[in-house]
Design a protein. Structure first.
Length: 117
């Protein structure tokens, strides 16, 4: 089996995929971040390609950084120009050569994630 990483963002407040949301992927080595990729979600709330493909996959610690602020402010009223969520970082480990799917369930005032399939 070979490893790779996918993600997607679902807007739970609106009940739809979150389109146009920027995501960065970092590899964490010795507590230092190395930017691997920047992508933007499509109409299905997913990236057009695997965010980390088979040829680039390495076991280790990673971080997905979801830039949610602009997306949230587009669909929700923001009081005094300040919103509750702006950037959502998710740090996680990949220890097996398998498909990892790390989605983000997003609303203006909260989020959750899980290891999907």
């Amino acid at each position: 089996m070979v490893g790779y990483l996918t993600t997607h963002v679902l807007d739970t407040a609106r009940g739809c995929p979150a389109e146009g949301l920027e995501i960065e992927l970092f590899r964490i080595v010795d507590n230092k971040s190395e930017l691997l990729r920047k992508v933007v979600t499509n109409a299905d709330g997913r990236t057009n390609e695997q965010i980390l493909n088979v040829s680039e996959f390495q076991k280790g610690e990673y971080e997905l950084v979801f830039h949610c602020g602009e997306y949230i402010s587009h669909y929700n009223k923001v009081s005094d120009g300040i919103q509750f969520l702006n950037i959502v970082p998710l740090r996680f480990g990949m220890s097996e050569d398998v498909h990892y799917h790390v989605p983000l369930l997003l609303s203006p005032f909260g989020y959750s994630t899980y290891r999907g399939s």
